[in-house]
Design a protein. Structure first.
Length: 692
DNA sequence: GCAAGGTC
């Protein structure tokens, strides 16, 4: 009886695979830390075990983080790098579970990383060198039927092309990231009392550069004036507005001419137009779309959305969230999910309506993912969900229901008026068919505007013509959600890592604020790299790595060649930076000193308006309080009490909605809360308790 | 206390 070991990428996959392959759908669970299963399937015995994402990672023997170049690297168990007891036990038990089998099956996600995760387990944990004992199973939706088919049709050997491509990607990112980070970090050492960690990477640095370019576009923006013309029209005793047919008038002389030509007191209704427009059913959620929508609807940051979605997934309430697919294949079992959802009274009516139409044909989006379908609810329900989880689950559920619905429709009405020689337009719109908007409520409701019903040939009274001067606006700053979208557009980062990378930029203090601004340090990092390694600033590096990976995958170029070329280039860059170390260090450390100085600034002083309100700790008493920097110059008097240790107080970019004073974040042993620093704030319904 | 990529 041949014995197989199937290796999944994650516990959920191992569970699904073992249930699908067991003839009685009751696999026997083994393993204390690693969810693993013994499966009976015909005349073979199968053990299903699982990795936990990457179990191995690259490291270097040069552990001092101020020494470079680092050109040596090797794969080591992940737990040896970050001292993770759980991963250590995981690897140990996984090794035992897989000993003594005849065949190994890599059933990790069918993509580059999945191929590499399985490969590393095979070579490092099980010491497999004979690829005749190895198979690759190709899975995407993890439904019973698909898993059974994939097991029958698994291919012999491994997808070594994908593996090598993946390994090269890891090496290139590692070498560039570690070396450039160390070079910059080292340069500032001699100028600072305590070390400050700087980082550079193939994804984070181009992302920072996007923000710098936007910042420059905003700073150099010159507003242009333009004029808007409106006519106030009296209809049945009520005043209504019509806009000049050209939205923006570019010159003042043109405005004067128009006003003269429109000097008549009568408006003729020249035409009444009615046009119907479809509002299409939205695509199913992939992770990025979900993150964007949750930001729009709830104000959740992308990383918060991912972490909530993760919890929902681990509670089996939604499908796998780290997907870039917008497709809902029939395999997931539409009807069963819908029927389960209908048990929840909030969705009963919507489901009944969908089922009553007979055919279940959800909208499919454009984007795809080799390893997962779009995000959908499983139909399960749990009592103990917090409000964030409830919100996100409701959003995912309603989006899923919406994809089975019909397009909505609106009518756009335009009353075209002529005043003298000039045409003005009164525009309104109304939803005429709710379609999917009904189940997706309250998450999307297009604006509606009613206008009076007129007939062609009607004559109306003009009350007056209003001219308003306006100015063009600079480009908007990015927020975490729009930045995420831009990264996706440029193809940098992956669905699972983009939000983390944005967090890294905040953590390093390269950027600040919800409406993102680049700090002086962020600018300095970019200008330094522009001098020494412009390639890492652009998305071009990602494209090059990708094209090299494709060549490696199809055997057009060898892994070693790509790595050697990268090393040579890197050595050159590092030599240049090394030669200019003092120069570079001075530039960067100046920005760091500014950041450290501003770190305790909680906002502008609300009393004198000139100084900064700062958190300081008294040398004498050890007490924490807030003080305006102008107090030291005898130009202000403001000092304010703040919570004391063991609580911590951090600056935020928020201000109080009732008094406009700065708001600080207070981190207690229990949970963080936000405090307006104004001791006599009128909005304070619950004054904070005095801490001991 | 360094990257980006998996996953809890």
């Amino acid at each position: 009886m041949p014995k197989y070991l199937i290796i999944a990428e994650k516990p959920e996959a191992a569970r699904r695979i073992s249930e699908a392959l067991d003839s009685k759908a009751k696999p026997k669970k083994i393993g204390r830390v690693v969810p693993s299963f013994v499966v009976k399937n015909g005349d073979c015995e199968i053990i299903v075990t699982t990795a936990l994402g990457h179990l191995y990672e690259l490291t270097t023997t040069i552990s001092d983080r101020t020494i470079y170049p680092v050109l040596d690297y090797k794969w080591v168990p992940k737990h040896t790098v970050e001292r993770n007891k759980r991963l250590e036990e995981w690897l140990e038990e996984m090794g035992k579970i897989g000993s003594g089998v005849d065949y190994y099956v890599n059933a990790c996600d069918y993509d580059i990383e999945g191929s590499l995760i399985g490969y590393n387990v095979l070579r490092f944990l099980y010491g497999v060198s004979d690829y005749r004992r190895v198979f690759r199973m190709k899975l995407s939706t993890l439904t019973n039927r698909e898993i059974q088919e994939a097991f029958k049709r698994m291919s012999p050997g491994l997808d070594l092309g994908l593996v090598k491509a993946g390994e090269t990607r890891h090496i290139i990112d590692f070498l560039y990231g570690i070396n450039l980070s160390r070079a910059l970090t080292r340069s500032v050492l001699r100028f600072l009392r305590t070390p400050y960690v700087l980082s550079v990477g193939r994804v984070q640095t181009p992302t920072l550069n996007i923000l710098v370019e936007r910042e420059i576009a905003i700073e150099t923006f010159i507003p242009d004036p333009y004029w808007v013309l409106r006519a106030e029209i009296v209809i049945n005793g009520e005043t209504h507005e019509a806009l000049y047919e050209v939205e923006k008038v570019q010159s003042l002389s043109e405005v004067k001419r128009l006003v003269e030509e429109a000097s008549s007191k009568k408006a003729f209704v020249e035409k009444v137009e009615r046009r119907f427009e479809k509002i299409s059913v939205p695509e199913p959620f992939d992770l990025t779309t979900l993150q964007r929508e949750a930001y729009r609807v709830f104000g959740f940051t992308p990383s918060r959305t991912l972490s909530i979605a993760e919890t929902l997934y681990l509670n089996a309430l939604i499908s796998y969230p780290r997907t870039s697919s917008q497709k809902l294949p029939p395999d997931i079992g539409y009807r069963e999910i819908l029927e389960k959802l209908s048990e929840n009274s909030s969705y009963t009516k919507a489901v009944e309506k969908i089922l009553s139409r007979g055919v279940l044909n959800p909208k499919q989006g454009r984007k795809d993912d080799p390893a997962h379908p779009a995000i959908y609810p499983t139909g399960e329900w749990k009592e103990e969900l917090n409000s964030d989880q409830l919100k996100l689950l409701d959003l995912v559920t309603k989006r899923f229901l919406a994809t089975f619905e019909e397009d909505a429709e609106k009518v756009i009405c335009r009353n075209i008026l002529r005043i003298g020689n000039v045409r003005f337009i009164m525009k309104g719109s109304m939803i005429t068919k709710k379609g999917w908007l009904e189940v997706y409520s309250p998450y999307y409701s297009p604006e509606e505007k009613t206008i009076p019903l007129l007939k062609e040939g009607d004559i109306l009274t003009v009350k007056k013509i209003i001219v308003e001067e306006k100015f063009t606006n600079p480009p908007r700053r990015y927020n975490p959600a729009s930045l995420l979208r831009e990264m996706e557009k440029l193809g940098i980062g992956t669905k699972a890592t983009r939000s983390e990378i944005i967090e890294t930029l905040y953590k390093r203090r390269y950027i600040i604020g919800k409406s993102i601004s680049v700090t002086e340090l962020g600018f300095s990092i970019v200008s330094t790299l522009r001098r020494f390694s412009p390639k890492i600033l652009s998305a071009e590096m990602t494209r090059m790595v990708e094209s090299d990976m494709e060549k490696i995958e199809s055997g057009l170029i060898e892994e070693e060649k790509v790595v050697d070329a990268a090393k040579r280039e890197l050595i050159e860059i590092l030599r240049e930076v090394g030669n200019r170390e003092v120069d570079v260090g001075k530039h960067l450390s100046n920005s760091i000193i500014t950041i450290l100085r501003n770190r305790n600034v909680i906002g502008k002083c609300p009393v004198c308006g000139k100084g900064d309100l700062k958190i300081i700790v008294s040398r004498k008493t050890g007490k924490r309080f807030g003080i305006c920097t102008n107090v030291f110059r005898n130009r202000c008097m403001l000092t304010i009490p703040l919570p004391q240790n063991p609580n911590k107080v951090y600056a935020t970019d928020k201000t109080c909605s009732s008094c406009g004073w700065p708001i600080v974040k207070v981190v207690t042993r229990k949970r963080p809360w936000y405090l307006c620093v104004n001791p006599s704030c009128p909005g304070k319904t619950n004054p904070p308790k005095k801490s001991a």
